[in-house]
Each structure stands twice: as structure tokens, then as C-alpha cells.
Ligand binder design. Structure first.
Ligand SMILES: Nc1nc2c(c(=O)[nH]1)N[C@H]1C(S)=C(S)[C@@H](COP(=O)(O)OP(=O)(O)OC[C@H]3O[C@@H](n4cnc5c(=O)[nH]c(N)nc54)[C@H](O)[C@@H]3O)O[C@H]1N2
Ligand SMILES: Nc1nc2c(c(=O)[nH]1)N[C@H]1C(S)=C(S)[C@@H](COP(=O)(O)OP(=O)(O)OC[C@H]3O[C@@H](n4cnc5c(=O)[nH]c(N)nc54)[C@H](O)[C@@H]3O)O[C@H]1N2
Ligand SMILES: [Mo]
Length: 790
């Protein structure tokens, strides 16, 4: 049945109100209690008459978070996709692809939908080859299970189908993960870090560029048990000094009572270089460390002192760019060598133009301080993600259904989706190689939301509207689903059995993720969808290996080094693993410090490279052979800043997991008149006549969004912040440059890559202006939460 838009909105609003405003139901005796585990924590669900009435954190969760409870209302959200749907003109063959996102959908049967998916894949393969099929998934944030991992299952099916164009690198730390292997022989930002106990015992000072663990460790790539918060509080209580260098006074800064050093966005490199210069000119740096463990210092020094380019990288020079007073920069440099000091930096700081230089500069500073490899000193390049200092259990993790091989070798850097779609045949440089964009004809998303995570949404939509076919598996009518042709309703994690582990680095637990409720409406598991497609293509056996889902789960558990039988594990819902002996004593780089010859780093020289011949040999102007400050084209003082005076950053959302939970009740806690808040400094706001709660239009040459003003002293002047992840909602979906009325920040961000080296996302280098938003088409507001279709 196809409801008209008005009918649907009325119906959806009624259902939503019933769910949203019902008081929290108390557990009663007859309820079934079922355990599950999620990116937000392990939980117990109380089920009455087949419906979840209450979610409770499990006891091992040391600090349960609000996100966990919101999982209940999104399960029953009115914007669940109820049936397989196909965009009208795709189905009738008139192919008005320019109307993607603006046209109604028609409900079809599962058979019809899967036939259409299979036909489009076969047609694309026959006419253009497998390279023309683009799998958009690069991260795995849809759910933490080891079996129902949409991205791996999708790759498994498409690999057997002959392959697909895939993504290389990631969004999280795309620049760092490319440059650090040349510099320290490891991606470093994903590696195990010095054990918490060692830090608690030894560290005196922690310099945190942008790090906000009290926010970002609310979630885990697997299952968080939130044990880091206690560690940070113990350090605070012991008197460890924290310094937070961040345009925003972060949640962590407030929790820990850190010293807040406000800094302009995307300008940490000058500050860090000036600290290096201070250590050099004042003779405070650790010469023995530099001699014994690094190469290239003297080349770097020529740059630092201005011998190379005539610019002395001193604190006065840095202050002009980053806004941190020169005296503060010098004071922090001096302090860093007087104490046992950890240097940390968030990944946000490298999501900027030339973001590679952030981490390279930090390594240079850490080397000059000279405490790398000492207990509680040196670098800690992951302090805010998945508890990288947790003691490790050695349990062995449940194995994942493998994604299998991909016969197509074409890999496109994660940030390049719009460019790829718009410029087939274009060649780009990437990490010492050259890549040519294939001609993408079919876009396939499962467990990911590109119209959400990708920068420059309007440009992306132009690209998406070029493709022949766009397929999406989703539980909800997300923007990515709305801009598709074939939409397949996927089950949520609560509607299927699976297993996983937590925390990511500690592996203290293996969790059963038991099915809590029956699939809602016509939703099906991604696994079953890909299995059925495999059957149509004649490789079902290869896809399933003859296993049912329950058999996969048991097989996966068999790789865990547990003494508990599968049946007992499943019955109890989890197995706990104590830390391995010695894992509480781990010191990052201690072996290298103790024996730099035998335990050399995996760099060409075996040492830390402050000058890299390899990088220099690429000849990239945007990534020279040593750490350097490169004037951004979109930054403070750039030509564009005259027109767009505010720097806009897009931190990760405190009350969402990216876009997930945007449709939950939790959003009422922070949205302003239903829009994403824009954080603006009190003086900036008063100068512009803005007050708390005002709706404004934030705009630049890429797009316009409506946001709700949040006035704050906790943000530096000249910088504004909108958290990433609000669901995109076009004021006029037929217009590909339409204003976004929900405040999706990526309408404003640029898809300019960090540099030729990493080609990574640079979303935090973004300039905008703010003005009155005028009249907003009233009816369109309801699109934010309610899909007007089917
Ligand atoms: N401006 C800006 N943009 C950013 C960032 C930034 O800092 N600034 N950060 C970036 C980073 S680091 C990341 S990792 C990305 C994250 O980008 P994404 O991984 O795309 O973000 P999510 O919103 O988590 O998307 C997961 C999607 O999977 C869906 N889903 C959930 N369960 C299932 C399931 O069982 N099956 C299927 N088929 N789908 C399911 C959810 O509804 C959701 O739409 O965002 C990036 N974007
Ligand atoms: N609640 C929640 N937690 C998450 C996620 C989520 O979506 N929600 N996403 C997860 C994922 S996929 C990732 S990759 C990590 C991301 O982790 P991060 O990249 O560390 O997270 P962000 O929130 O982008 O940034 C952290 C801090 O850096 C600051 N910052 C931004 N730009 C600059 C800058 O130019 N200089 C300085 N000095 N500071 C700056 C921000 O204001 C913020 O306080 O978080 C993970 N944790
Ligand atoms: Mo990420």
C-alpha cells in the first residue's frame, strides 16, 4: 500500500508519540530476560509479549552510558524500513536517476527485490566488468558481531561474484596510518599502548591535543565495559596534571579538571613545532635519545631554525597562527622535560589539510623530550579509543566470517567517493603510487551510511545520481537509504543470534549476542540476503560453507581459548578472561629503547625517522620529507576566511554513534528545535546578536545547513562546532544544492584530501559563515524524523 505523504506523517507521528512518551516500564516477574552485547555495552533486555520493555546494563559494565538505553526506542522507531522497496522510476524503467532522494518508493516482495539486485549486478558485470561495482563500506560500526557483519558478508558475496572496487584506508585516522609506518614503523594509533597501571604509577604530566576519552570511549569497536573512566579518575585523584589543548573545552577536560589551553582549529602543528624549537634553543632536549634512536634530526632542525626557509618556528610565530600565547607554548615545552610526560593527540587533529604533519610533529616532540620507551613517558597515540592500555587477556577472539578474496585489485582511498563517482578515468597520486578511478555503475552499501559520513554531501549526491543502480541494506530510512533505488530492510542486532568480545584491546570477555525479539516487519538478516543472492549466482555452498547461522556461531567460538563449553557459554551469556601475567606491565617501545639494534623499528633505518628519504623521494609538495607546517588553502588567514570567517570543526557526537541513534529519543536531550546544535563562543554570538536557541543558517561555497545556536564559553573565539552524524534532510530534495534543514555538518565540509600521501579526510579544515536562516519550508521539517514514503 502506498500512503500519501500526509497520511504517512500523521500515522508515523502517532506511533512515535505512543512509544516516546510511555513511561519507563518496570520489569515484572513474567518477563523473559535475554542478554546481548552492543557497541554501547553489554545488556539485559526484558521482554514482555514479544516486545522489549526495558534495557539494563550488565554488571560488568563499570560505567553504563546513555546510548545503551536509546537502543530500545530505535528498535521500534517509526522510520524502520518495513518492506523491501524500489524507487518508482527505477522499477518502471523510466530511470529518472536525477530524482534519487526525491522520488517515492514502491513496496515489492522479497523475491522481486532480490531478482532486481541480482539482475543489476549481472548486467553491470557483463557490460562494464566487476570493477564498476563499488562497495562503500570501509568501517564496521553497524554492529559488533562476528557473524552478521554486513560489510564482511557483502565482500564475501561480491568476491565470489568476481569482485568489486573496494576502499583503502579509513576515516578515523587516515593520515596517521599512512605516514606513521614511515616514521615509527607502525600505524601506531591502533597499537597496544603502555598499560594503565604503569601510567598510573609513573606519569606526572599528560599533554592532550584534542583527546576526549570521556566521550569517545562511550563506545567500542566491539563491546565497551567502560573501565577507562575509572583509570582517568584515579590519575586525576593521584594528582597527575592534564593539559587539554583543544578548541573546545571537552567533556574530559571538565571531568578531569584539566588545564584547558584553547587553540584555533587545524593549527596544532605550529604549536608543536614551536615547542620543539623551544626545547632546542633552550638546550632542553634529550640529545642522547635523538642520537641513539632517531635519524634526520639535523635536516628537521634546519627547517625548525629557519635555516631552510627563513622562518624561525618559535613560539611567537606559532602564536600568530594557533592563538596559544607564546609564553604558554614555552611553559609547556619546559614542563614536558621536567616531568615524566606522555604526549597524546586525538585523531581529529589529523582530519585536516596536511593532517599527516600533526602526527609527525608529535613524534618529533616526543623524541626531543626523549622519554619514548620509558614507563609512563613518551608517546601515547591512542588514549581515547577502545581502551588501548587495557591489560590483555590473551583469550583469542571469536573468529569472524571471513570476507574472502577480491579478484578485483582496485582500491580507492576512503575519502574519495564523490570524486570517484564524478571522475571515471582520472588518475591520482597516493602513497607513492598512482591510482586510476574506475567507471562506477553500481553502488552497494550495507552497514554504512555514505550520505552521512562522507564530506561534501551535495557533491556526493551529484555522484550518486550518476550511477545506474544504488542498493542499500538498512534497518532504518537513513539518507543513504532514501537516495537508493533498491532498499532492503535489515534486521537489527536484537533480532538475530551472534557473538563477539570486549573490550577491543583487553579482550576481557566473550559475549553471546542472543536474539531478543523476532525480526520486525519483513526485515531479514544481511547474512540471509547475501546467502540468497549467492544461491541465485550458484555459489551458495561457497558462501555458507554448509553452515547454518547457529553453526557459524559455534564454529566461531571454537577459536576462543576458553575452558567453558559452548553450551555453558551460551547459557550464561558470557565468559570472562583474566589478564595475562605481565600485561599490566607493558611499556610501549620499551624493547626498542632497551635494544635499538635487535628490536629495531620497521622503518628503513630501523629508527624513528625525523627525515624520511622514502617520503622525500615521492616529491609531494604537500608532504615533504620532514614534519612541516604547510599553509592550508582553507584555514586561518587564507583568502577564503574573508568570506567565511569561522573555522568549523565536526567532533564525534557525544549522544550518538556517528549517525546511529539520531532517530532516538536521546536526541531530544541535545537537539535545538529538532536541529543539530552549533557551538559558538559567547563573544562571537553577542557580536552577531545571536542567542541560545536561535536557528541560523551556516553556509559556505559547498552548501547550507540550518543549525540551532548553542552559546558557550567552552569554545575558542572564531571556531564553531557541529557534531558529525545528523541525518541529512534536504529542504527541497529535488534540488541537488538544497539547504539541509537538520544540520548535517558534512554538507559544509570539503572532500579535499589531506595530501597525496594519504588522500585522507580533512573535514576539520572547513570555513563557514553564519546568517539568519529566514523562513524554512514548514512541512519539510517533518522529513527529519519521518520518512514520507511507504
Ligand atoms: N565531518 C566528519 N565526518 C566524519 C567524521 C568526522 O570526524 N567528521 N568521522 C568519520 C569516522 S572516523 C567514521 S568511522 C565514519 C563513520 O561512518 P559510518 O560507519 O557510515 O557511520 P554509522 O552512522 O555508524 O553507519 C552505520 C550504518 O549501519 C546501519 N546499520 C546498523 N545495523 C545494521 C545492520 O545490522 N545491517 C545493516 N545493513 N545496516 C545496519 C546504521 O543504521 C547506520 O546507517 O564517519 C566519518 N565521518
Ligand atoms: N560517543 C561517540 N564516541 C565515539 C564515536 C562516536 O561517533 N560517538 N566514534 C568513534 C570513532 S569511529 C572514532 S574514529 C573516534 C574518534 O575520536 P577523535 O577523533 O578523537 O574524536 P573527535 O570527537 O573528532 O575529536 C576529539 C577532540 O578533538 C578536538 N579537536 C577537533 N579538531 C581539533 C584540532 O584541530 N586541534 C585540536 N587540538 N583538537 C581538535 C575536538 O574538539 C574533540 O574535543 O571516536 C570513537 N568514539
Ligand atoms: Mo572512525
Amino acid at each position: 500500500m502506498l500512503l500519501n505523504r500526509r497520511q504517512f506523517i500523521r500515522m508515523a507521528a502517532a506511533t512515535f508519540a505512543a512509544i516516546a512518551y510511555s513511561p519507563e516500564v518496570l520489569a515484572s516477574e513474567g518477563d523473559r530476560v535475554i542478554t546481548h552485547a552492543t557497541h554501547m555495552g553489554p545488556l539485559k533486555a526484558y521482554v514482555r509479549n514479544g516486545k522489549i520493555v526495558k534495557i539494563e546494563a550488565m554488571g560488568m559494565d563499570m560505567d553504563p552510558v546513555d546510548l545503551l538505553y536509546a537502543l530500545k526506542d530505535v528498535t521500534y522507531s517509526p522510520n524502520r524500513i518495513k518492506h523491501p522497496c524500489v524507487r518508482k522510476s527505477y522499477l518502471d524503467g523510466s530511470d529518472k536517476r536525477h530524482l534519487r532522494g526525491a522520488e517515492e518508493f514502491v513496496r515489492v516482495s522479497w523475491d522481486e527485490a532480490l531478482d532486481l539486485v541480482a539482475e543489476s549486478l549481472i548486467k553491470t558485470r557483463e557490460e562494464y566488468g566487476n570493477e564498476s561495482i563499488f562497495k562503500t563500506t570501509y568501517a564496521r560500526w553497524s554492529h559488533p558481531g562476528r557473524i552478521h557483519q554486513a560489510s564482511s558478508l557483502q565482500a564475501r558475496m561480491l568476491g565470489l561474484f568476481g569482485g568489486f572496487t573496494d576502499i583503502v584506508g579509513d576515516y578515523s585516522a587516515g593520515a596517521a596510518t599512512r605516514i606513521l609506518p614511515y616514521v615509527v614503523g607502525d600505524m601506531e594509533v591502533y597499537s597496544r599502548q603502555t598499560a594503565r597501571d604503569v601510567v598510573l604509577e609513573n606519569t606526572e604530566l599528560i599533554l592532550m591535543w584534542g583527546t576526549d576519552p570521556f566521550k569517545t570511549e562511550k563506545v567500542d569497536y566491539h563491546v565497551p565495559i567502560h573501565s577507562d573512566f575509572e583509570w582517568f579518575r584515579a590519575m586525576r585523584d593521584k594528582g597527575v596534571k592534564f593539559v587539554t589543548i583543544d578548541p573546545l573545552k571537552s567533556k574530559t577536560c571538565r571531568e578531569l579538571g584539566s588545564e584547558w589551553v584553547p587553540i584555533r582549529a587545524a593549527s596544532d602543528v605550529p604549536m608543536i613545532l614551536a615547542m620543539c624549537y623551544t626545547l632546542y634553543i633552550e638546550g632542553l632536549y634529550n640529545k642522547e635519545f635523538i642520537e641513539k634512536y632517531t635519524v634526520g634530526f639535523y635536516t628537521f632542525l634546519k627547517y625548525l631554525t629557519g635555516e631552510k626557509d627563513g622562518v624561525v618556528k618559535d613560539a611567537a610565530w606559532a602564536e600568530k597562527i594557533c592563538g596559544v600565547p607564546a609564553d604558554k607554548i614555552k611553559e609547556l615545552a619546559r614542563m614536558s622535560v621536567k616531568h615524566r610526560t606522555l604526549v597524546t593527540g586525538s585523531w581529529a587533529c589529523q582530519r585536516i589539510q596536511n593532517g599527516e604533519q600533526f602526527h609527525w610533529s608529535l613524534v618529533a616532540l616526543g623524541s626531543m623530550i626523549g622519554q619514548i620507551g620509558l614507563p609512563g613517558g613518551g608517546l601515547y597515540l591512542n588514549m581515547a579509543y577502545c581502551t588501548a592500555g587495557a591489560p590483555y587477556s590473551g583469550a583469542g577472539i571469536p573468529i569472524m566470517v571471513s570476507q574472502g578474496g577480491n579478484p578485483v585489485q582496485t582500491l580507492i582511498p576512503a575519502s574519495r567517493m564523490a570524486e570517484l563517482l564524478l571522475n571515471p578515468g582520472k588518475t591520482i597520486e597516493y602513497n607513492g603510487k598512482r591510482l586510476t578511478y574506475p567507471n562506477i555503475k553500481l553502488i552497494y552499501s550495507a552497514g554504512v551510511t555514505p550520505i552521512g559520513h562522507q564530506p561534501d554531501v551535495n557533491k556526493l549526491i551529484k555522484g550518486v545520481r550518476k550511477a545506474d543502480t544504488v542498493i542499500t541494506h538498512e534497518p532504518w530510512w537513513t539518507p543513504t537509504a532514501k537516495y537508493s533505488d533498491i532498499v532492503l530492510p535489515a534486521t537489527t542486532s536484537f533480532e538475530r543470534n551472534d557473538l563477539t568480545f570486549g573490550s577491543s584491546y583487553g579482550v576481557e570477555y566473550v559475549f553471546a549476542m542472543k536474539q531478543i525479539i523476532s525480526p520486525l516487519f519483513e526485515a531479514r538478516n544481511d547474512y540471509d540476503i547475501f546467502r540468497d543472492l549467492s544461491a541465485k549466482f550458484g555459489f551458495e555452498k561457497e558462501f555458507t560453507k554448509g553452515r547454518s547461522i547457529d553453526e557459524w556461531i559455534e564454529w566461531s567460538y571454537s577459536k576462543v581459548r576458553a575452558e567453558v563449553s559452548f553450551a555453558d557459554f551460551w547459557d550464561k551469556g558470557y565468559v570472562h578472561f583474566p589478564p595475562l601475567k605481565g600485561s599490566r606491565d607493558f611499556v610501549r617501545h620499551a624493547d626498542f629503547r632497551n635494544d635499538p639494534v635487535k628490536k629495531h623499528l620497521r622503518t628503513p633505518s630501523g629508527k624513528i625517522e625525523l627525515f624520511s628519504e622514502k617520503i622525500a623521494s615521492f616529491g609531494y609538495r604537500d608532504c615533504p620529507g620532514h614534519p612541516a607546517w604547510i599553509e592550508p588553502s582553507e584555514g586561518i588567514g587564507s583568502y577564503l576566511s574573508r568570506k567565511y570567517p569561522f573555522q568549523l570543526i565536526s567532533p564525534h557526537p557525544e549522544h550518538r554513534l556517528h549517525s546511529q541513534l539520531d532517530n532516538s529519543d536521546l536526541s531530544k536531550k541535545y537537539k535545538i528545535s529538532g536541529r543539530e546544535p552549533i557551538h559558538i563562543n559567547t563573544e562571537d554570538a553577542s557580536r552577531m546578536g545571536l542567542k541560545e536557541g536561535d536557528l541560523v543558517e551556516v553556509y559556505n561555497n559547498r552548501g547550507k545547513v540550518i543549525a540551532g545556536t548553542h552559546v558557550s564559553d567552552g569554545i575558542i573565539k572564531g571556531v564553531v562546532a557541529i557534531e558529525e552524524g545528523a541525518w541529512f534532510a534536504a529542504e527541497d530534495p529535488a534540488d541537488s544544492n538544497s539547504r539541509c534543514i537538520s544540520g548535517q555538518v558534512n554538507v559544509l565540509t570539503s572532500d579535499r584530501p589531506t595530501s597525496r600521501l594519504a588522500q585522507a579526510i580533512s573535514a576539520n579544515s572547513c570555513l563557514v559563515a553564519i546568517r539568519c536562516c529566514g523562513k524554512i519550508k514548514s512541512e519539510s521539517f517533518s522529513q527529519i524524523n519521518y520518512c514520507q514514503i511507504h
